[in-house]
Design a binder for this molecule. Structure first.
Ligand code: PMH
Length: 384
């Protein structure tokens, strides 16, 4: 029996085998000595925190990364025991909570760590030191300040340095100039630090896939774990085929014949130029299927059909090739027979990146998890 059923005809399918194959292929590429940190922030890029974390860990990832402490606490509440790193800035006052749940925090200021230490009780706080080598978001930029900090942190009784890392701004671009400067700066900053037992990591998916020499001893795998390329331009450089994990489906809830001259949806912007068939789909902008997707195509019986009229909050309409039955499955992202709508097609249509498309999927869309081709679990955030 599948737990957490859902009562609407729109759902996402997450293929856990695809996620695991992507992790395994990355692991093969980087070798046994390099650890995989599965990046599961933002509900695992829309795919589901705990389900992706468990699948990635079972496939060989050693630890997890999230953006905020809350996300780490959520994973702990879901029973995940693996090491977790918070990549974003945490509040010093929350260090004790992080320590209690064995969640490592990212640190980039001595003052912050002093204040955090004053909040710690009996449990040690694990930290990763963040270096800013050109991304400009968080991190130490100066060697002196970094060395002073590292010495202080190493001597602080309630603190354990677990790692040190930086983040690339352009690893997904074919022009490698800026990337190389960042990588060189990372090595300069690392010089002389007692990093032998630390996790040293800089590679995101793009650097992980393209530059195995820059793996150090861990790779932070985000977008390509989900089977998506970090950018369109580096698709030609992928060392193994990525398997896209997420698909999105719905069912036609009403079929109607429109007479020539009749209009549909808000603004009555679509008017039938001749008698035609149309179908209503129970999916809309509040699900992440935003209004800018007006006119884009979906799959019905393996054929592409267009969305007509404005997309509403919870519904939209499509042109039908003829009279079809209500309940017919419609695929918004994914495969139907030979036909395929990849996440990248939606991203291009929205003039954005694939990351944003999957992250945008609303919590009210139930997620169905597939393993070996069958449904393993359904997650309905509204009813759990
Ligand atoms: N490490 C850090 C610090 C990140 O911010 C991200 C992604 C990753 C690793 C994983 O990168 P990947 O998904 O390209 O593999 N962060 C973001 C971001 O802040 N905006 O887009 C992606």
């Amino acid at each position: 029996m599948i737990e957490e059923p859902f009562y609407r005809d729109t759902w996402a399918e997450i293929n856990l085998d695809a996620i695991q194959n992507n992790v395994r292929n990355m692991k093969k590429l980087s070798g046994e000595k390099v650890k995989i940190i599965a990046v599961v922030k933002a509900n695992a890029y829309g795919h589901g925190y705990a389900e992706v974390a468990e699948a990635a860990l079972a496939a060989g990832a050693e630890s997890l990364a999230v953006a905020f402490l809350d996300e780490g606490l959520y994973l702990r509440s879901a029973g995940i025991k693996a090491p977790i790193l918070v990549l974003g800035a945490a509040r010093a006052g929350d260090a004790a909570l992080a320590a209690e749940h064995q969640i490592a925090l990212t640190v980039f200021s001595e003052e912050w760590l002093k204040e955090a230490a004053s909040h710690l009780h009996d449990k040690k706080l694990s930290i990763h030191i963040k270096l800013d080598t050109g991304m400009g978001r968080l991190g130490f930029t100066e060697k002196d300040a970094l060395d002073r900090f590292a010495a202080y942190a190493a001597s602080a009784e309630k603190v354990e340095i677990k790692g040190i890392y930086t983040h690339f701004a352009t690893a997904d671009e074919l022009d490698t100039g800026y990337f190389e400067k960042q990588a060189a700066r990372f090595e300069e900053l690392l010089e002389g630090l007692p990093a032998e037992n630390w996790l040293v990591h800089c590679a995101n998916s793009a650097a992980g896939l393209r530059f195995p020499a820059k793996h150090f001893n861990a790779v932070r795998l985000g977008i390509s774990m989900y089977g998506l390329s970090p950018s369109a331009e580096m698709k030609s450089e992928l060392p193994f085929p990525l398997e896209e994990a997420l698909s999105l489906h719905t069912r036609i809830v009403q079929v109607k014949k429109l007479k020539k001259g009749e209009s549909v949806s808000y603004g009555a912007t679509f008017t039938a130029e001749e008698d035609m068939w149309a179908g209503t789909l129970p999916v809309g902008y509040a699900d992440g299927w935003i209004r800018k997707l007006k006119g884009s195509e979906v799959l019905l019986n393996g054929e592409r059909v267009p969305i007509i009229g404005r997309i509403c909050m919870d519904q939209c309409l499509i042109r039908l090739p003829g009279e079809v039955k209500t309940g017919e499955k419609v695929t918004l992202i994914g495969r139907q027979g030979e036909a395929f709508i990849p996440v990248d097609e939606i991203a291009e249509r929205l003039e954005t990146i694939n990351y944003e498309v999957t992250c945008m999927m609303a919590a009210r869309v139930p997620r169905m998890y597939l393993k070996n081709g069958s449904i393993m679990k359904v997650k309905n955030y509204l009813l759990s």
